[in-house]
Design a protein around this ligand. Structure first.
Ligand SMILES: [Fe+2]
Ligand SMILES: [Zn+2]
Length: 391
C-alpha cells in the first residue's frame, strides 16, 4: 500500500508530514530544497543532482505548502523556487531513527554468520546460478553472510571463471592476470605455484585495496594431498579479542609492510602497509590482511615493539590453525569455491611433486562493489517480478 499524507505543515527549518497511519516525519528544509526533482535541479536520465551547494540557501523556508490528494506535496520556497515531492519518495527518506536503521539493515544485508570447524559448507550448482536469477541472488546473499559458497558441476576446463565474471559484471585484473593458473611451476613467482603446503592467508594484502572475493575453479586434482583449508577470520579475531585483548590491539593497530616484486601479467614492484586485523571507526572488523609469504622483512616500527608484535601474531596464527576453527575439504574437478577474501583465510595441504602437473586450479578475483551491485540489481528485478505477480 502506497503511503498517504494526511496533513503537512512548515515550522522553522522543518516541514512536518503527518501520515494517514498517524505517524509523523520531519524533513529539514535545506535537504528538501537540495533534493528537488525538477529538471533545473535534477537530471532525471542520469539520476543525478544538478543543483550546486552555492545555489543552496542554508536558512531556506517553505512559503507555501500544497497537499495534492494525499499523494504529493508541492512546496514554494523563500527563494520562489517550486518543488514537488511524491509521498512514497518522502516516506522512503524519513529521518526517524527506526526508519534509518531499517534502511541500513536492508542495504547492508544480511547479518554475518560466524563458523568454525562445524561449518556446513553451502553448495549450489554452478549452472543454476549462471542462468537462474533467484539462485544467483541466493548465492550472493550466502557469500555475504557465511563468507564461502561451493559451486558444483562446472566444466573441468579453463574459462568457466570468465563466464562467472560476466555473470556478476566483471573480474578484477591484477598483476597475475585476468585469471591465473595454480599449479606446480618451475621458478615459481608465487609460493602458490609450488607443491608445498600453504598456510592460512588472505590474497594480496600488498594491494591498497585487496580483492574482495576470490574464485578457485578445480580443473584437475591430485590423487594424494592438496586438501583445501578455510577459516573464518572474523570469528577468530573475536576469539583473540576475548582471549588476549592486548594482542588484538597490537594486530588491529600495527601497520605491517607487505611487498611483492616480480613479473607475470607485466612486471611489478608493489609495496603496502596494512593492519592484519583492519577495523572501522566503531571497532568492527572489516578486513583481514594476512599473508605471511609476502610480509616484508622491512618492518617500519620501533625495534622494541617488534617482539610483542610477533607474540601477538603467533597467538592469532595458533587460533587460525586450531582444530576448533579450521574447516578442511577436497575440491573435485568442476568445483568452484567462491569466498570472501576480506574475511576467510585459505590454505592448502602439500601434495607430491610429479613431472607433469597433477593438480590445476584456475583462480580469479572480483571486487565486493561489483558483487553487491549485482546482488542489488537481482533483488530489484526479483522484487519487481513478485510485485507484478501480486497485482
Ligand atoms: Fe591464496
Ligand atoms: Zn528544482
Amino acid at each position: 500500500m502506497a503511503p498517504r499524507v494526511r496533513s503537512v505543515e512548515a515550522r522553522g527549518h522543518f516541514v512536518f508530514v503527518r501520515w494517514e497511519d498517524g505517524s509523523e516525519s520531519r524533513y529539514p528544509c535545506v535537504w528538501l530544497r537540495d533534493s528537488c526533482r525538477c529538471p533545473r535541479c535534477f537530471l532525471r536520465s542520469a539520476g543525478a543532482r544538478r543543483l550546486r551547494p552555492q545555489q543552496l540557501e542554508l536558512d531556506i523556508e517553505a512559503r507555501r505548502l500544497l497537499l495534492r490528494g494525499g499523494a504529493q506535496i508541492c512546496i514554494t520556497w523563500s527563494d520562489e523556487h517550486t518543488s514537488e515531492y511524491e509521498a512514497e519518495w518522502l516516506k522512503e527518506r524519513c529521518f526517524s531513527e527506526e526508519a534509518r536503521a531499517a534502511r541500513r539493515a536492508e542495504l547492508f544485508l544480511p547479518e554475518r554468520q560466524y563458523w568454525g570447524s562445524d561449518l556446513q559448507l553451502p553448495k549450489m550448482p554452478f549452472e543454476e546460478i549462471m542462468c537462474n536469477d533467484e539462485s544467483a541472488y541466493k548465492w550472493l546473499c550466502t557469500l555475504k553472510k557465511v563468507g564461502i559458497v561451493l559451486l558444483t558441476g562446472a566444466a573441468a576446463r579453463q574459462g568457466e571463471l570468465i563466464r562467472l565474471g560476466h555473470r556478476v559484471g566483471f573480474l578484477r585484473l591484477t598483476f597475475y592476470g585476468p585469471t591465473w593458473q595454480v599449479q606446480d611451476k618451475a621458478d615459481a613467482n608465487n609460493i602458490a605455484y609450488t607443491t608445498g603446503r600453504l598456510c592460512f592467508h588472505t590474497d594480496y594484502p600488498v594491494l591498497q585495496h585487496p580483492p574482495g572475493v576470490q574464485f578457485l575453479h578445480c580443473i584437475k586434482q591430485t590423487a594424494a594431498g592438496g586438501e583445501s583449508e578455510v577459516v573464518d577470520g572474523f570469528h577468530v579475531s573475536h576469539k583473540l579479542k576475548e582471549q588476549n585483548p592486548e594482542a588484538y590491539q597490537i594486530l588491529s593497530s600495527t601497520a605491517v609492510d607487505y611487498v611483492d616484486v616480480g613479473e607475470d601479467y607485466c612486471d611489478f614492484a608493489v609495496h603496502c602497509k596494512q593492519r592484519i586485523i583492519d577495523v572501522d571507526s566503531r571497532g568492527q572488523e572489516i578486513r583481514i590482511n594476512y599473508n605471511n609469504a609476502t610480509r616484508d622483512t622491512v618492518f617500519d616500527i620501533p625495534a622494541e615493539e617488534v617482539r610483542p608484535f610477533y607474540a601477538a601474531l603467533k597467538e592469532f596464527d595458533d587460533l587460525l590453525n586450531s582444530e576448533e576453527h579450521k574447516f578442511t575439504f577436497l575440491l573435485k574437478p568442476g568445483d568452484v569455491v567462491t569466498f570472501d577474501n576480506w574475511r576467510v583465510l585459505h590454505g592448502r595441504r602439500g601434495f607430491p611433486a610429479s613431472p607433469e602437473a597433477t593438480r590445476l586450479l584456475e583462480g580469479a578475483y572480483a571486487d565486493w562493489d561489483v558483487l553487491m551491485s549485482r546482488l542489488h540489481t537481482l533483488r530489484r528485478r526479483l522484487q519487481g517480478s513478485t510485485d507484478t505477480a501480486a497485482h
